[in-house]
Design a protein around this ligand. Structure first.
Ligand code: SF4
Ligand code: SF4
Length: 306
């Protein structure tokens, strides 16, 4: 069985139109599995109407749960917690203790000191992942959980499940919607892929963010292509981006003009290619998607022949 061709859509920061391109690639490509690896803000499930078929959770990811009804507010847990995860929270009746799930490390110290048996550990639902059937075919996606722990491990698991699903179904592509930025989750999303698609916007900071992402991909040895979104909002900077990519030998696969209809479609939770079909931006997106698939297939062939 051939390995599926993995394509990651990434950007140096959020708000560049990565979701527009990744969701269009997911919608228009065939024989694919989609992995939503944007673990800080997964949103493919909002568009793709998934039906969960399988689910799993990262092993060993535990958090404390506090039963406010049993708590006597003695404060022993707050003293015992080295991570500042026990917080005082204002409620209409006064205040109570609660656990900040993003700070809790699951060390269990609080559960051992609580005289009221009001604390226990549980598996964190934030570490759950799903294999779903959806309008973009098989969709591998994480539970909603901004800032969850083990985020790069979650990306690794999502990609593993996507590859497995592709292998089971004999599917050709794994489309990865990567996170914005150049952190650990971005690295986990692109490493080992056939192609990274860089989405940039024509702003001064957009060039800077693009440069950081290009540096990262060069260090990792990942082939890249570029796409400029909302290119007509600042043609001069869009041209600078094209020049920069050319100097880096990164093919520019398209320049997508600004479109209100694209924004409206995304805000309404729809795939732009479904609802804004005759829009110039969508016409360009369709061409870009075809070029991405062609480029990724060429890279995979080249790697196989190398
Ligand atoms: S499990 Fe550990 S980190 Fe979490 S609230 Fe309790 S003491 Fe703090
Ligand atoms: S140790 Fe137990 S009873 Fe005391 S404040 Fe914490 S949860 Fe409440």
């Amino acid at each position: 069985m051939e390995r599926p061709i993995e394509i990651a859509v990434v950007s140096g920061k959020g708000g560049t139109g990565k979701t527009v391109l990744a969701s269009s690639l997911a919608r228009l490509s065939e024989s694919r599995v989609v992995a939503d690896c944007d673990v800080d803000g997964p949103n493919m499930h909002l568009l793709a109407n998934p039906t969960v078929l399988e689910e799993g959770a990262l092993a060993g990811h535990r958090i404390a749960i506090l039963d406010a009804g049993a708590c006597t507010r003695c404060g022993e847990c707050a003293k015992a917690c080295r991570f500042g995860a026990v917080r005082e929270r204002d409620v209409p009746e006064g205040w109570l203790y609660s656990i900040d799930l993003l700070s809790c490390e699951g060390c269990a110290a609080c559960t051992m000191v609580c005289p009221a048996d009001a604390l226990h550990l549980t598996d964190s639902s934030s570490a759950a992942w799903y294999v779903s059937d959806s309008s973009v075919g098989p969709l591998i996606h994480p539970a909603l959980a901004a800032g969850q722990k083990n985020a790069s491990e979650m990306v690794r698991v999502l990609r593993r499940e996507a590859r497995r699903t592709a292998a089971r179904g004999g599917l050709r592509y794994v489309i990865i919607d990567g996170p914005a930025g150049i952190g650990a989750t971005a690295i986990a999303s692109v490493i080992g892929t056939a192609l990274a698609v860089l989405v940039a916007e024509p702003t001064i900071s957009g060039i800077y963010d693009l440069g950081r992402m290009v540096d990262l991909l060069e260090r990792l040895g990942i082939k890249a292509v570029g796409v400029v979104n909302k290119s007509d909002l600042n043609p001069e900077i869009a041209s600078d981006i094209a020049g920069y990519l050319s100097r880096k030998w990164i093919p520019l696969l398209g320049s997508i003009p600004y479109s209100d209809r694209v924004n409206e479609a995304i805000s309404a939770g729809k795939f732009v290619v479904d609802v804004a079909g005759d829009d110039p931006a969508v016409e360009e997106i369709k061409k870009v998607v075809a070029r991405i698939l062609e480029a990724a297939t060429g890279e995979a062939r080249g790697a196989a022949g190398a």
